[in-house]
Ligand binder design. Sequence first.
Ligand code: ADP
Ligand code: MG
Length: 781
Amino acid sequence: MATLDELREKLRKPLMRELLTGCQNKVVAGGIEKLLDNLGKPFPKVREVLRGYADMDEADREDRLRAALDLLAPQPQAALTPRPARPKAKAAPESVAVSNWTLDTPVEKVSFGPGATKKLHSLGLYTLRDIAHDYPRRHEDRRALPSLQEVEDGQKVTVAGVVVSKNRRTPRPGMLILEVVLENEWGVRVRCTWFQQPWVEKQLRQGARLVVTGRAKRLGRQVQVNVEYFELEETAEESLSIGRIVGVYDLKEGVSQAFVRGAVRKVLGGLPLEDYLPASVRARYNLAPLPEALRGIHFPESEEELARADHRLRFDEFLFLELRMLLQGEDGVLLGKRFTCDPQDIATFESTLPFRFTGAQRRVLEEIAADMRGERQMARLVQGDVGSGKTAVAACALYLATRDGYQGALMAPTEILARQHFKNLTHYLFPLGVRVSLLIGAMSAREKREVQQKLHLGEIDVVVGTQALIQESVSFHNLGLAVVDEEHRFGVMQRRALLRDRPDVLVMSATPIPRSLALTAYGDLELSIIDELPPGRTPIETKLIQDTHRKQAYGFVMGQIQQGRQAYVVTSLIEESETLTELLAATQLAENLRELLPQARIELLHGKMSAAEKDEIMNRFRARDFDLLVSTTVIEVGVDVPNATVMVIENAERFGLSQLHQLRGRVGRGSLQSYCVLVAGDASQKTRRRLKVIEDSTDGFVIAEADLKLRGPGELRGTRQSGVPDLRLGDITSDVEIIEQARELAKDFLQADPTLEQPRHAALRAELQARSSLVAVREVI
Ligand code: ADP
Ligand code: MG
């Protein structure tokens, strides 16, 4: 007798053929329904979905077919679950548990393996929807890994294989080299080396399957790879990490690529995904169906599939933004707080400053004050280059809020930044009698409780913190204004929670966005731009060098240190790599520099440190306890150490241009001449051209645009930082055509159904609500 799996295949194949041949109902004699009848009892749901197939039009047929194929998709979760003994799952038919899943099912309700809930939460993934839409940061083509004969010395390669031997060497005291020989499926061996990473060894059992990326070194006919990044494969029957195009996800400490891929695979395999866009609409805009797009972005079978997936999901992002904006425009006046914003108070604030506001700051402040005076909830984005004085403006706005007896809050993406904002705000506001407090996770439970109590009683006027601010159920006495620094780092969940008090909201961002497009894409945020730097800044001198000239560069750094200045050295690989690799990069670099600059006091800051450790290092750096800080990109935004005048960025080619621009903004914070050295790790023309943009320009807008134009073909889909909440793929600076189409479609939808209340738009509406925080808030009011 045929097994259920065999029957499923028997059904899948003709349905697939039917789909591919244009839904003519001709692939089986007697039609699709006949086919089902012949199979007998199984698959009642499929039968249900395809009932009346012969009488449907082609678009409907297509929808139904896809739904049926989804139901028949092989269920990968069984194969991927690492623990074989799961009697319970056997006893209860899998489809029952799985069919209860919806997009809004919380992740803790689904078994993703031990410790999974915590891991998923740490990535900001709370529901199955979050997982499905946690798109890879980039994709790597690992279909055909390079043949080792062709590998050139110094080339970056990715190889996969099984560990056949390992060997640990200590050529001299304090130096540890781990050598692992990998053998690929054709028996070709390659030697991989790790430096100074004792913890790697125990992960690499004999027989473990690995994918490693690093620089190749030719030793005669042999190839050795100095590993920069590796992934340990779970022993899955089907590999998700080699032999295919592989998505690489943003990770946090303790979470592996394999884990995220497995979770996504499980969700996509088990979730009944309904497309909220009808087939006719998809045909009009040439959009892939949603289930296909989600599979295509996570597990593409080809570049074309990836491109189609990317296009569809990008389109959706804009569609929902447009819908939200249009719905908002109709009657959507959110009531916020009303403030007096007396010009006299602004003058008072300014009089306590050691400087005068620039014209741009003044203009933006006036825009903010006008919003705050109105009864509509302010939702304004202040965009300005690093150092343009956004924080000073925000401080003034917070002061204005407190003048009417309201409280203010400032949320920062990291504890380091929260502390720094706290310091700055105290500096600005203390002389004016405003009570400012800090609230972050690293504080003791008692301290936090005390702050929370005072907030509740109204004994604190302005609180500065991280997510802890809202996660720990803070109840404000009277929250009037919330300032959010670098909004795109917060998930929708957090924003929604913050908005519960319906304060006026001010968002600060350093990501440059052309104005015309920003208005569209933000939808519900008004835009203010600070397009002028405070006077008296000496422009940062930027120099691009090859890594063969590193010695001279560090000679220059040493010169600055000898003049009493401090330096940053930044290395890449933090968010997207597994933490150990990040450590490798940073630890190795610090070692290397200690050798190169024996007189300099060097410390290391990396993502594996606790918040308290990071803070301590930053405080000591600020206090000039040491000279040179080697860091991963955790210093990317906001750190303010005016005495630091040099920044060296190693492997600069691995950063996005806008990211480099922001990093560079960490120096030149005082009046001293500052320098930025970009070290190019590869000598290609492409790298040179890209990095030259940074060398030649200090204008964030110019850089952002160049970044787009130059985004190379090397990566299938480049890293991007759109800076726009809810846009993960979409890019408002380049997706002009998609934006126009999405807007047209949004208008069509609303013309037919102005509030999206008709049943046929239920799925669309549900998705809209899930995606947009402000709309969701409106629903509650
Ligand atoms: P941003 O938040 O945009 O990075 P900040 O508000 O932190 O910028 O300002 C950067 C530095 O410039 C701070 O040291 C601040 O005191 C100073 N600053 C801000 N506005 C002015 C101004 N109008 N004139 C001179 N210095 C200013
Ligand atoms: Mg700032």
